[in-house]
Design a protein around this ligand. Structure first.
Ligand SMILES: [Zn+2]
Length: 138
């Protein structure tokens, strides 16, 4: 059941809201004023994190040994420009951090460490010596 009075109140409400048309200048060049963080950036850049004040890079913050720990995306950036986000995504430190996390999440993707083959050789030698000792003891 639809009530006519209800529809009417919604219409008057929306027409009232249309009156205030300020503050939405994100599409213009933006030559003046401060920039704000754009929420949709976190969809385009899943590594991006915003705490309400500064934006950071999640992988770079959690893997500072791989990333550039002095980067503004680790310390927190208020430079809300898509250009700075894009350039960070291409940076060496960022890619190292992302790659390190990928390998940790999917260990089978990592190339087999060479240590493994040399280790088994070492173990084989030790086993041989063990057999020798066992022979003498027996
Ligand atoms: Zn990063």
């Amino acid at each position: 059941m639809l009530s006519g009075s209800n529809t009417h109140s919604i219409n008057s409400f929306s027409s009232k809201r249309k009156g205030s048309d300020e503050g939405d200048t994100s599409q213009s060049g933006g030559s003046s004023g401060k920039r704000n963080f754009v929420r949709s950036w976190t969809k385009d850049f899943p590594w991006l994190e915003y705490d309400g004040e500064k934006m950071r890079c999640k992988p770079c913050c959690s893997r500072t040994t791989k990333s550039d720990s002095s980067s503004v995306f680790v310390t927190g950036s208020t430079n809300f420009k898509i250009e700075s986000i894009r350039s960070h995504e291409k940076s060496n430190g960022h890619n190292r951090a992302v790659a390190a996390i990928k390998v940790e999440e999917n260990p089978h993707l990592a190339p087999l460490p060479r240590v493994l083959s040399t280790m088994s050789q070492d173990v084989a030698q030790k086993l041989e010596r063990l057999f020798d000792i066992a022979y003498f003891v027996a």
